[in-house]
Write a protein that binds this ligand. Structure first.
Ligand SMILES: [Zn+2]
Length: 197
């Protein structure tokens, strides 16, 4: 389990920032882990803001909602850049569904961290074809801490790192369709792709 290097508090006269990434496939518990860390920051009386891309309208507009319905209020924004204005005065900035943000995300997170903000971003590391997803690779490269959480393969019970799409669509972004996906291990993901051809 991830333990904060410094929750913050009075021991530092200068605010110090850093970047944490929580990545993994669908159903791996990324958002639950994000919420766990943010709740601990709140207990430490830190000022916390949560952002998500506005195109993720699956559930309520203003909540980060994970599959187990642990909700935290969040602000939907269009561009990663918007976080500089809205999150600059925070101790902690949480980002959910980070993979859907534009390529400017890593640069924005670096700016926030350099100015003393702790940034915690959760997102899919791979799309349904197993390719690195959007701004995630760049963000993982500049982060101090990268946590890869795993799901369980629904085919064989092994550790799963892939989001296998059972529906036929070829869009990279398929929202609100969690029924169309299943967590799969490397082997079962490959088998699935073979059978589709
Ligand atoms: Zn499997």
């Amino acid at each position: 389990m991830f333990i904060e290097p410094r929750v913050g508090g009075a021991s530092h006269t200068v605010k110090r920032g850093w970047i944490e990434v929580i990545c993994g496939s669908m159903f791996s518990g990324k958002t639950e882990e994000l919420i766990r860390r943010l709740n601990r920051a709140k207990i430490a009386k830190q000022k916390v803001e949560i952002f998500k891309p506005s195109l993720d309208k699956r559930y309520h507009d203003e909540d980060v909602v994970s599959h187990n319905a642990n909700a935290i209020r969040s602000t939907p924004i269009d561009f990663a850049q918007d976080m500089l204005l809205l999150g600059g005065s925070c101790d902690v900035v949480g980002i959910d569904e980070a993979q859907f943000f534009d390529e400017g995300l890593a640069e924005v997170c670096v700016k926030l961290a350099n100015s003393g903000v702790r940034v915690i971003a959760a997102g899919l590391d791979m799309d349904y074809l197993g390719n690195p997803f959007g701004p995630m690779p760049a963000l993982m490269a500049v982060a101090e801490y990268v946590t890869k959480v795993h799901a369980i393969c629904v085919q064989c019970g092994d550790i799963a790192t892939y989001s296998y799409r059972s529906a036929a669509s070829e869009q990279q972004v398929l929202l609100g369709e969690t029924d169309s996906y299943e967590a799969r291990c490397r082997h079962c993901f490959q088998e699935g792709l073979k059978n589709k051809k």
